[in-house]
Design a protein around this ligand. Structure first.
Ligand code: CU
Length: 138
């Protein structure tokens, strides 16, 4: 092969590796709301307007954190803070809860869900390319 051909092959390979890393391997961090946090909110409920515990998920070419851990059977608020302008992250979908919501760039959009039982509940962009999950624990 010529030098140009090698550059094309290596460049293409690097791009494929980067795309896979970007969509599947970046930000593997898990955030969690613990049962005690829920309990303290419930205790404070009489005096505060706290409501369910909330977790902020940054949307910037992906979800960060990519998975959040919450107690099963308790309402939780997921605040999607969208920073990017890519059309990919226009929407977030929670198939298990029948939720599809538009996320305006530069704004925070709150989605409240109550995972009925322990398990993993996926959420994704409108085309299923960006993916995240809510892990409910008993
Ligand atoms: Cu997408």
């Amino acid at each position: 092969m010529t030098g140009i051909e090698w550059i094309v092959v290596l460049g293409g390979t690097a791009t494929i590796v980067w795309i896979n890393w970007y969509f599947f391997a970046s930000s593997p961090v898990t955030a969690s709301v613990t049962a005690s946090a829920v309990a303290s909110v419930a205790t404070a409920g009489a005096t505060a307007t706290a409501g369910p515990p909330s977790i902020t998920i940054t949307v910037d070419g992906g979800y960060s954190p990519q998975s959040v851990q919450v107690p099963a059977g308790q309402p939780v608020r997921l605040i999607f803070d969208r920073r990017d302008t890519g059309s990919c992250s226009d929407e977030v979908v929670f198939p298990d809860f029948g939720i599809r919501k538009f996320l305006p760039t530069g704004q925070q959009t709150t989605i409240e869900i109550t995972p009925p039982k322990a398990g993993t509940y996926a959420f994704m962009c409108g085309m299923s390319m960006l993916r995240g999950s809510v892990i409910a624990v008993a």
